[in-house]
Design a protein around this ligand. Structure first.
Ligand SMILES: *Cc1c(COP(=O)(O)O)cnc(C)c1O
Length: 386
């Protein structure tokens, strides 16, 4: 071989005594084939196999398998964001004339997708109360998907996934759930009968506020095929570099989640004792309105909860937030840093309650020392209560 060829073709090295605990980052656009016959029959390959980098490399397959194991499912797909996790499910199962039911507490960009993308293309949506009241009255033959999100990460309303799954099965309607808050470590939607369990991996799996990915796990190979078909036709894939960050993050997820869950509950209890009854929304607090539903379905609580501010507290909110020393102001939770985000839901809700007129201060607990977080929050609420 001449030099230019030696530059181009990497030499094979002996891997026989190399073993490591990490997953290699396999980057690839093209996949090459052993022989002419393998190339000619490449499109008949199983979806677990490889034929183009866009559809995954062994790095992607490793994360898929890890998510599948945790969700107790059969197969998963990895998508570019949590938002794509929802939209790819919707696009995979809905056709013009169909209807999707979405909860009133849904992640707002999903509602935006229903209103401004699906609706102009003849796919309809109806909004149901998060507690499920009246949901059966919305069902007609056009309903092909019921979407759920439990808890909704601002108002923290829980949804009864068992009831939703049973309703879907009774009417031949597919069901999906956004499992970002609990992660499969604390809730396994597929075990409750849900068809699609979606997570924004950007949050607890990534765990360091530096990546954007999502996952969808299913118990049915036909549903996996529908998801992969949609992704292939839309040209949607993920970078193995991003996936490799998620593979690093997931190694510590159980420890991080157990820690932030414990600290969040401690802080929520302390806030509940100094604030108005009912203003601290954390599913693991015994006084939380749907605490028994949380106890039935979840095996733990993560590190995100909300405080409903009074009118008086709202007036000093900016002043209070500007005094935070440890916590940062920001929305995309699940990383190592504690965050607060003032959220307003009043314009987003169809079934509004008096409480929805108020500002919700969403708190994401990170990995800083609990005493520093307690001091920051106490100082914040001292200012708000002045
Ligand atoms: C963040 C989030 C999403 C979207 O995830 P991205 O990766 O930011 O698109 C969806 N659902 C919930 C509950 C989230 O918190």
């Amino acid at each position: 071989m001449r030099d230019a060829t030696s530059c181009t073709i990497h030499p094979a090295v002996d891997l026989s005594e190399f073993s490591s605990l990490t997953v290699p980052t396999y980057r690839a656009s093209t996949i090459v084939f052993e022989d002419a016959r393998s190339y000619a029959t490449r499109t008949q390959r199983d979806l677990d196999s490889y034929f183009y980098g866009l559809h995954g490399t062994p790095t992607t397959r490793t994360l898929e398998a890890q998510i599948t194991k945790l969700e107790n499912g059969l197969r998963s797909v990895i998508v570019p964001s949590g938002q794509a996790g929802a939209t790819i499910v919707f696009l995979s199962v809905l056709h013009p004339g169909d209807t999707v039911l979405v909860p009133d507490n849904v992640y707002p960009p999903v509602l935006d997708f229903c209103v401004n993308y699906l609706e102009p293309r003849g796919i309809h949506h109806k909004i149901y109360r998060p507690d499920g009241e009246g949901i059966e009255d919305l069902i007609d033959p056009s309903v092909k998907l019921i979407w759920a999100e439990t808890p909704g990460s601002t108002t923290m309303e829980l949804q009864d996934l068992r009831m939703i799954a049973a309703l879907g099965k009774r009417h031949g309607i597919l069901t999906g759930a956004d499992n970002t808050w609990a992660t499969p470590l604390q809730l396994k939607p597929l075990d409750l009968g849900i068809d699609f369990s979606m997570q924004a991996l950007s949050k607890y799996v990534g765990g360091h506020s530096d990546l954007l990915l999502g996952s969808i796990c299913v118990n049915d190979l036909e549903l996996r095929k529908k998801l992969r078909d949609t992704m292939r036709m839309l040209g949607i894939g993920v970078s193995p570099d991003e996936v490799s960050l998620a593979l690093r993050g997931i190694e510590t997820m159980a420890v991080r989640l157990a820690h932030v869950g414990k600290v969040a509950l401690n802080l929520a209890e302390e806030l509940a004792s100094r604030l108005e009854a009912g203003s601290v929304l954390h599913p693991a607090l015994p006084g939380f309105p749907q605490h028994s539903l949380w106890k039935r379905d979840f095996s733990g609580a993560s590190g995100v909860f909300s405080v409903v501010l009074s009118e008086r507290q709202e007036r000093r909110l900016d002043e209070g937030l500007d005094q935070l020393k440890v916590m940062a102001i920001g929305a995309s939770w699940g990383g190592t840093r504690s965050l607060v985000a003032p959220m307003s839901v009043k314009d987003a809700r169809k079934f509004g309650q008096a409480e929805h007129q108020r500002i919700f201060l969403r708190i994401n607990v990170g990995l800083e020392d609990q005493e520093d977080l307690r001091a920051d929050l106490n100082n914040l609420f001292d200012i708000l209560s002045k």
